[in-house]
Design a protein around this ligand. Structure first.
Ligand SMILES: [Zn+2]
Length: 226
C-alpha cells in the first residue's frame, strides 16, 4: 500500500476522534441547507472553502467542470446528484462553484478550438460542457491570452450551469441558485481561497447583484461582463 493512502487513514483517525458527537443529530437523516456543485479538482476543497466541518450542513457534488446536466434518452436534465437534496431533503439553496484555472474548462476550450480528443469517459463529460461553452469561446475578445480566456470561460460555464437549473422545471422557483468562482490563482481582487459570487438566480450584472444583495456586496465580483 502506498504511503499516501496510509497517510489518509491517519487523517481519518484524527477526524473520527473529533467527530464522535458531531453526528448525534444527523446520524439517521439529513436536512442539508445547501447543495454545492464543485469541480473535482484537488485544489478545490469543497467543505473547507466554507470553513465547514459540520456533518449534515452541505450536500457536496463534485465532477470535472462543476456540471449540473445529465444526458438522458429524452434529452438533458438536471443531474440527479444535484437534484437529490432538492427533491428529498428540502434543500433550497444550490451553489455552483467554478474555479480559476479549471482543467475541464481548459480541455473543453482545447476541444472547441483545436479538436483535441480525450478518452471516451472524459469526452462524455466534455461533451456536456462544450455545447454550453461554444458561444462563450466565440465571444472571447481577440486580445486575451490563454489563461485569461480560460478564466473568462470558467465564469461563462458557471453562468450556463445556473441558467440550466433556473430554466429546469425540476428545480422549484423558490430555490436560490447561486454561481460562484473559487480563486486560488489570485485572479480576482481578494485573497487566494476566496469565493466570488458572480450570479444569483440568473442575474449576472454585478451592480444589480450588489444592490439586490447588499449584505454580500463585497463578495460579488466577476472578471467578464460579456
Ligand atoms: Zn476544474
Amino acid at each position: 500500500m502506498r504511503q499516501e493512502f496510509i497517510d489518509l487513514l491517519e487523517g481519518n483517525r484524527a477526524h473520527a476522534e473529533v467527530s464522535q458527537s458531531a453526528f448525534d443529530d444527523v446520524q439517521d437523516a439529513q436536512r442539508p441547507a445547501v447543495v454545492t456543485v464543485c469541480c473535482s479538482d484537488s485544489r478545490v476543497l469543497q467543505d473547507a472553502m466554507w470553513g465547514n466541518d459540520e456533518p449534515g450542513r452541505i450536500f457536496t457534488c463534485g465532477n470535472i467542470g462543476n456540471r449540473v446536466v445529465q444526458r438522458t434518452e429524452s434529452g438533458p436534465v438536471v443531474s440527479g446528484d444535484v437534484l437529490y437534496p432538492v427533491e428529498h431533503t428540502g434543500t433550497e439553496t444550490v451553489v455552483v462553484v467554478g474555479h480559476t484555472g479549471c482543467g475541464a474548462v481548459t480541455a473543453t476550450y482545447d476541444e472547441l478550438t483545436d479538436g483535441l480528443s480525450e478518452p471516451a469517459g472524459i469526452a462524455y463529460c466534455l461533451d456536456l460542457l462544450s455545447p454550453r461553452l461554444e458561444s462563450g469561446v466565440e465571444r472571447l475578445p481577440d486580445d486575451v491570452d490563454r489563461a485569461d480566456a480560460i478564466n473568462r470561460l470558467v465564469e461563462y460555464n458557471v453562468d450556463r450551469q445556473v441558467e440550466f437549473l433556473e430554466e429546469s422545471d425540476d428545480v422549484p422557483g423558490a430555490v436560490d441558485v447561486v454561481g460562484a468562482v473559487y480563486d486560488f490563482q489570485d485572479v480576482y481582487d481578494g485573497r487566494r481561497g476566496e469565493v466570488h459570487v458572480i450570479n444569483v438566480n440568473g442575474e449576472t450584472d454585478t451592480d444589480a447583484l450588489r444592490e439586490a444583495h447588499p449584505g454580500i456586496a463585497s463578495r460579488i465580483d466577476r472578471r467578464w461582463e460579456y
